[in-house]
Design a protein around this ligand. Structure first.
Ligand SMILES: NC(=O)c1ccc[n+]([C@@H]2O[C@H](COP(=O)([O-])OP(=O)(O)OC[C@H]3O[C@@H](n4cnc5c(N)ncnc54)[C@H](OP(=O)(O)O)[C@@H]3O)[C@@H](O)[C@H]2O)c1
Length: 310
């Protein structure tokens, strides 16, 4: 199986969309505890353009040239000698570094078998959005039935799942979106949708138990007053201000915890059985990764952008 080639997107220097080059490269080989996956869909996430732009050189150092991409769905092509959980032909999703490619290798423990009723499209959105929403709401945010949560960027790749999962838990959901996405966010089940282009969210929401902030900056600064004493703010974008948290008598967390394997299994079932639905913003062929990332960087998507690799 050695020396076979594949199409991949590679980056040779930091920069804008035009540093993404479609190239023919050697297929990676799985190590002893790894699997080679023929990738079907790869999720396009904001981290991809942040790394490509060179904004995260300290936290996510890369060796040039590198293949972008973190999360994908696909089919096991080959397994290393220590892998017993998977065999060729298994449908899987998970963290596959270098997933902007036709094939990628992953540690077997980073992969999850897809239930039969889960599609490859939906599977590619799980680690890239649904899992983040779960950990922000439940692992970090400690959200309980009957509580109220304010969700920023509710139409995005993470937000769409946060709205549905919070409702599934039995919470009241207040969500922010721009005018074009109000109906979409309402359709996800939000109790109140605030058009952030016309209304200041802090004027119309008060005493919430939890804020999940995937915007940061000024949005974080204006979110403290919305929380009740003892409430929690979970930021997806930055280490939130501990000083402001103290001033308002609330807890502030950066979303870094991982949900457990059981959480991921439960979440996967909810998506497979349609209780939670994954909105796909758009699907681009691998060769148009530059356009997909430009769309992601414009920051007004509805759901998740995917690349079709095979
Ligand atoms: N810490 C972690 O574990 C973690 C994990 C995943 C993601 N993240 C981060 O979380 C952020 C969101 O990720 P994502 O994948 O959901 O991004 P995304 O899919 O690109 O989200 C874009 C959404 O943001 C909304 N938006 C833009 N400006 C807004 C504003 N001022 N107020 C409210 N909504 C606004 C847009 O809605 P409108 O078009 O309606 O404006 C759009 O739907 C990114 O910064 C990402 O890097 C962190």
């Amino acid at each position: 199986m050695s020396n076979q080639s594949m199409q991949a997107i590679r980056v040779h220097e930091y920069g804008g969309p035009d540093v993404l080059k479609a190239e023919t490269v050697e297929r990676p080989q799985p190590g002893a505890d790894e699997a080679l996956v023929r990738i079907v869909y790869t999720a396009v996430i904001p981290l991809d353009f942040k790394i490509r732009n060179g904004w995260l050189q300290k936290v996510f150092p890369v060796t040039m040239p590198y293949i972008p991409g973190f999360y994908a769905s696909g089919v096991i092509e080959e397994v290393g000698p220590d892998v017993t959980a998977f065999t060729p032909g298994d449908r899987v999703f998970g963290m596959i570094r270098g997933a902007y490619a036709e094939y990628g290798v992953a540690k077997a423990q980073e992969l999850t078998k897809m239930p039969e009723n889960l599609t490859f499209e939906d599977a590619a959105t799980i680690k890239a959005g649904a899992e983040t929403a779960w950990k922000a709401l439940f692992t970090e945010g400690e959200l309980q039935a009957g509580q109220t949560v304010l969700l920023h960027a509710a139409a995005g790749g993470v937000g769409q799942f946060a709205v549905q999962l919070a409702k599934w838990k039995g919470a009241t959901v207040i969500a922010t979106a721009s005018t074009a996405n109000l109906d979409f966010v309402k359709s996800l089940g939000a109790d109140q949708v605030i058009d952030y282009t016309t209304t200041r969210f802090e004027d119309v929401s008060k005493e919430v138990d939890l804020v999940v902030d995937s915007v940061g900056g000024e949005t974080e600064a204006r979110s403290w007053s919305v929380l009740k004493k003892g409430g929690i703010l979970v930021s997806l974008t930055q280490n939130p201000s501990q000083e402001n948290a103290q001033k308002h008598g609330v807890t502030a967390k950066f979303n870094t915890q991982l949900p457990t394997r059981e959480d991921l299994q439960r979440l996967t079932e909810l998506i497979a059985d349609g209780t939670v639905q994954a909105e796909i913003d758009s699907i681009f062929p691998l060769s148009q990764a530059d356009q997909a990332l430009a769309k992601s960087e414009a920051r007004h998507g509805r759901g998740r952008i995917l690349l079709k690799a095979n």
